[in-house]
Design a protein around this ligand. Sequence first.
Ligand code: TZP
Ligand code: MG
Length: 218
Amino acid sequence: MKNLADALLYGILDLGYTPADDVERVTEQMLAGGVDILQLRAKDWDESAVESLCNRLLPLTEGAGVPFIINDYPQLVPSVGAQGAHVGQDDFTVSDARWRAGRALAGEVPPVIIGKSTHSFEQAVAAAADGADYIGFGPLFATPTKPGRPAIGLENIARIHETVQIPIFCIGGIKWENLDAIIEAGARRVVIVSGLLQAPDIAAYARRAKERLLNNAI
Ligand code: TZP
Ligand code: MG
């Protein structure tokens, strides 16, 4: 299984963009393109529907050795055998999510991954202090994938990387076209949602973004 610490490109399978009958194909494409970590984000889907999506997708991510993260349902982590969960500012605290995800208490190695969405420098510092394993930091740009959430811009990217030691995944409106600017502002790791899911060739798009991030990391 790939290590979170080595992850550069985070793919989110967002059911707002991908029809449920196409999730396996899209997941395979993302994995073929080299995403290092993959999240299932099924907003407004109920727990049993999310559970069955997890059960369809986990064999694919396991086969690729890519951690599988569930948005919003940490309690599903142990039952489906996912690697972790992602929570927002208005969801569970990091420690509550970790408790629900269960396996940390059982001393299982590797422990579950808990990620937190952050929308400001202060929230990012707080999430790290609360014990998050990684944070999402954004939206850098306003994006239809997260309606109603204002852009935070690029100003704090360098500062947050100097301050917070856990992996920071910049997110929100990131596309191939603005990746250079984001990297120049200090980003090392990114999440790309609609850019990837709407690409005519998802694998090629992911591969190109990953290569750019790898060149930067070397
Ligand atoms: N959190 C902050 S922005 C965002 C989330 C889930 C959506 C990012 O999606 P896109 O399509 O890459 O802008
Ligand atoms: Mg949430």
